[in-house]
Design a protein around this ligand. Structure first.
Ligand SMILES: Cc1cc2nc3c(=O)[nH]c(=O)nc-3n(C[C@H](O)[C@H](O)[C@H](O)COP(=O)(O)OP(=O)(O)OC[C@H]3O[C@@H](n4cnc5c(N)ncnc54)[C@H](O)[C@@H]3O)c2cc1C
Length: 559
């Protein structure tokens, strides 16, 4: 079973082959691969527990029997390769596939969308528009076709586009060659996806506000942009990719035990390969000697040495605070200074005495519409208004929410008969990461609850406990600078070869020996483990080259 990692083991050594800074899920993945390759590896985590943004916690001291998946809440993007390589199922990784997307409407009625049931989708959508119901299978096929192109790119280390070094030219050409089969239409469709707003894209396909509202949700999740902003079409695609080229990803699903159990499963795998995990071990600085990473200095003054350091912290912390501007090229420093890292997300976790009793689908007994996402995104205009409020400097009057009730399946999170509901809500002003705004967040959460109460009149009275995590707390407690949920926005100028900076998207950094594997790298954004896996792969490949190089030199000297 998965280790919880709540003790603070003493370090067994001060010298390691590899140090991983940050015990979020990416750090744990990196550590598992490094340890599996035979490297003596330690993870240094600043908090009292691992997991970072993939964490299960009991936020109500008076009611420890309720556990919430405090920040991230659903799985989808973890590639089958990582699950298999690390034998995560053996370590406690267990997913319950989610039910349908559900939106009830204030004017009456509801829409349900099914990820894999075209017939029921047709019935549901045709209540709102026959034309949209007819268009839905083509939309799904169109999206699946594009996801087939974009998915495998998630597992590709981006080439350094524009570099004239033979190695970089070779990887750019390799990528182009892999995509030689693309035709003019597909390239045009990918271009549309990368440049259009989700609102414009959906206007091309659908007519009913209900369907457009439903399909817009994935375009704005975690994004400092309303649905009319260019680039939001790509965000939708990022959340809709089903196949990364090494197997089909599950539909969105709930981990048993909450997202912290995903982290615990990865931690358990890392430990099984010999990795050490040290908690309450806050890294203050990366030690750079003779231009190379040589270890880290902890807040408490402890120095730990290794020739390989993998950082998984936010890029501003990792590079500007811990490596230091003096050790980095000027243009790289500028790129990291310009890194956009806003979200305006507020996570609201609720303990409920009973399930929401929707006027559109009455009853508090468990029904299908409780098992998927329970949304507050009735129309595109509603979502846009919530964003515009925040852009104008006010918290949304009527916030947008992507809600889920994991206890529809998972009985480990709350006592029998009760439920946990997780509301991923947007937006508050981006600069709320600078101050706690406690009273205003309470008022914002009240309004969010009122919105659901209009659709399910028992909702407000069913709330036993409430936990609100705003951008300030995300930054202070979890290291998510600016409150951005992905360590940096998924905006076009911060994707692929630009993530986190041009020339350094291959999980290497300007400092030899220092690798970078946080969600601020390509594929990052989500609990997918790909950045940690790629950073470990880059470190292992360089180590092999170094070993082979020194063997060659020895051989040459001997001969
Ligand atoms: C509210 C919210 C909802 C989300 N919902 C989803 C979702 O449903 N599905 C999904 O796939 N993704 C979701 N995400 C995104 C996802 O959770 C993140 O992209 C991912 O967890 C980041 O993982 P990471 O390992 O890169 O970084 P992190 O999880 O941020 O891990 C970094 C770790 O480093 C530690 N640390 C920080 N500073 C130091 C230091 N100085 N020394 C040592 N350690 C340090 C931190 O404590 C943390 O444990 C959500 C995120 C948030 C915030």
């Amino acid at each position: 079973m998965a280790a919880t990692g709540n003790a603070t083991p003493e370090l067994k050594s001060r010298h390691y082959d590899a140090i991983v800074v940050g015990g979020g899920h990416n750090g744990l993945v990196a550590a598992a691969y490094l340890a599996k390759s035979g490297a003596k590896t330690v993870v240094l985590e600043g908090r009292h527990k691992t997991g970072g943004a993939a964490t299960t916690e009991a936020p109500w001291p008076a009611a420890p029997e309720f556990k919430v998946t405090r920040l991230s809440y659903v799985m989808s993007l973890l590639p089958p390769t990582i699950i298999k390589d690390l034998e995560l199922a053996r370590h406690g990784y267990k997913i319950y596939p989610m039910g349908p997307y559900y939106q009830a409407f204030p004017e009456g009625g509801a829409i349900k969308l099914y990820a894999d049931d075209a017939k029921r989708n047709y019935e549901s959508v045709s209540q709102w528009s026959k034309k949209d119901a007819d268009a839905m299978p083509q939309w799904d096929a169109w999206l699946a076709g594009l996801a087939d192109v974009l998915g495998p790119l998630l597992l590709t280390a981006p080439p350094s586009i524009g570099s004239h070094k033979p190695k970089d030219l070779a990887s750019t050409l390799k990528l182009a060659w892999r995509h030689r089969g693309l035709d003019v239409r597909t390239v045009a469709d990918v271009t549309r996806l990368m440049t259009m707003s989700i609102a414009d894209l959906l206007d091309d396909w659908f007519e009913s506000p209900q369907v457009k509202g439903a399909l817009a949700v994935n375009g704005v999740i975690g994004t400092w942009a309303g649905p009319y902003e260019p680039g939001t079409a790509y965000v939708m695609a990022h959340h809709s990719i089903g196949d990364v080229g090494d197997g089909h990803l599950g539909n969105w699903g709930f981990q048993e035990g909450g997202m912290g159990a995903v982290s615990s499963a990865i931690e358990s795998a890392a430990r099984s390969h010999g990795a050490e995990v040290r908690l309450n071990a806050r890294v203050a600085r990366v030690i750079v000697e003779d231009g190379r990473a040589a270890g880290v200095l902890l807040d408490n003054g402890d120095e730990i040495r290794a020739n390989v350091v993998v950082s998984t912290l936010h890029p501003r912390t990792a590079f500007l605070d811990q490596v230091g501007r003096q050790n980095l090229p000027e243009d790289f420093v500028t790129d990291i200074e310009h890194w956009k890292t806003r979200s305006g997300v507020v996570k609201i976790n609720l303990a409920l005495a009973e399930l929401p009793d929707f006027t559109a689908d009455p009853g508090t007994e468990l029904q299908e519409h409780h098992t998927g996402s329970v949304e507050m995104a009735p129309t595109m205009e509603y979502i846009e208004r919530a964003f515009q409020d925040a852009r104008e400097g006010k918290p949304a009057l009527r916030p947008f929410s992507d809600g889920v009730i994991p206890t529809a399946f998972d009985k480990t999170l709350s006592p029998e008969g009760t439920h946990i509901m997780s509301l991923f809500t947007q937006w508050v002003p981006a600069d709320w990461s600078e101050h706690p705004h406690t009273a205003e967040l309470e008022a914002y959460a009240d309004r969010m609850v009122d919105c659901y109460n209009e659709l399910a009149p028992n909702f407000k009275a069913s709330i036993l406990h409430r936990d609100i995590v705003g951008p300030y707390q995300m930054e202070q407690e979890y290291g998510l600078i600016g409150g951005n949920i992905f360590h940096g926005e998924l905006s076009l100028e911060q994707l692929f070869h630009m993530r986190p900076a041009p020339g350094f998207a291959d999980y290497r950094t300007p400092v030899p020996g220092l690798y970078y594997g946080s969600s601020a790298t390509h594929a990052g954004g989500g609990v997918c483990g790909i950045p940690g896996w790629q950073a470990a792969k880059a470190a292992m490949a360089d180590r092999r080259k170094l070993v082979t190089g020194s063997q060659m030199r020895k051989l040459t000297r001997r001969s």
